[in-house]
Design a binder for this molecule. Structure first.
Ligand SMILES: Nc1ncnc2c1ncn2[C@@H]1O[C@H](COP(=O)(O)OP(=O)(O)OP(=O)(O)O)[C@@H](O)[C@H]1O
Ligand SMILES: [Mg+2]
Length: 257
């Protein structure tokens, strides 16, 4: 194992006009191990999404250092960053961003076809996409239009799409936030399974049930990383998920959440 992602004195400030400035991320120091499953919790407005955007190169930090697989993100050209996001990182968000005029399977295949360019092996990509749809239980909907799928099904498509290029790390910002509790639990089982297979996962969540499947929780308040809770890796056979959830709730209350 090694460190896949490392932030040192990461700061994010935005100019608000009239020389007013908002300091959103304050000297964040953070290391994520290869294969780890980390959740980020904290009150609304504490900077969780901003943290995710800044350590994944989706947004430009104001100062500090972020290294992904040993490479300093700030030193990369926009094109190199785009390549890393496409090939090494997967993203799932609450607002699912699928291409409206493509079928489910075409949406899943899309990042792989973009990545492989003109010489893309379409058949191999198709088979891989089918496998992912199977894993997430929506293979029957492969050729359906995305307007014909439910929220939970679309979130599965988003996961498949995030995984098609076999990313080293999967980022999620409230990926189950818009789902009913049954769909959310199913999505989280899929995410836990992906992590068991070796993909590093980092999720922002308000939900202790979601965080209960991770092995470390970062707690943010007002732009600061104020506490961390380390747990064992979740094992569906061995662990009582309710107990883990209760422990997290207790910890959050202790931290003043
Ligand atoms: N581009 C921006 N310009 C101005 N303010 C911003 C910008 N991006 C974020 N903020 C502010 O920074 C703070 C942190 O926002 P962020 O979205 O990271 O919070 P969050 O913890 O993800 O909240 P939530 O749980 O509600 O999603 C908020 O006060 C937000 O209004
Ligand atoms: Mg947010």
């Amino acid at each position: 194992m090694g460190i896949i992602l490392e932030a040192r004195s990461l700061n994010k400030k935005v100019e608000l006009g009239n020389s007013r400035q908002l300091h959103i991320l304050k000297d964040i120091n953070l290391e994520i191990e290869q294969g780890e499953f980390v959740s980020v919790m904290g009150p609304s407005g504490s900077g969780k999404s901003t943290l995710l955007y800044n350590i994944s190169g989706m947004d430009k930090m104001t100062s500090g250092s972020v290294k992904f697989k040993g490479r300093e993100m700030a030193s990369l050209k926009e094109e190199e960053l785009a390549q890393i996001r496409l090939n090494n990182m997967g993203f799932i968000f609450q607002d699912i961003n699928l291409l409206k005029n493509l079928s489910l399977i075409d949406n899943v295949m899309f990042p792989a076809l973009v990545s492989q360019g003109a010489g893309a092996d379409k058949k191999a990509v198709y088979q891989k996409a089918q496998k992912l749809l199977e894993m997430t239980g929506i293979q029957k909907l492969a050729d359906h239009h995305i307007t014909q799928a439910s929220g939970g099904q679309l979130q599965r498509v988003a996961i498949c799409r995030a995984l098609i290029n076999e990313p080293d790390i999967l980022f999620g910002d409230e990926p189950t936030g818009a789902l009913d509790s049954k769909s959310a639990a199913e999505i989280m089982s899929i995410v836990a399974e992906i992590n068991q297979k070796g993909t590093t996962v980092m999720l922002v969540t308000h939900d202790a049930k979601v965080a209960a499947k991770s092995e470390r929780i970062l707690f943010m308040v007002d732009g600061n990383l104020v506490a961390q809770k380390k747990m064992s890796k979740y094992d569906a056979q061995r662990d009582d998920i309710k107990k883990r959830e209760e422990n997290i709730m207790k910890w959050l209350v202790e931290k003043g959440f």
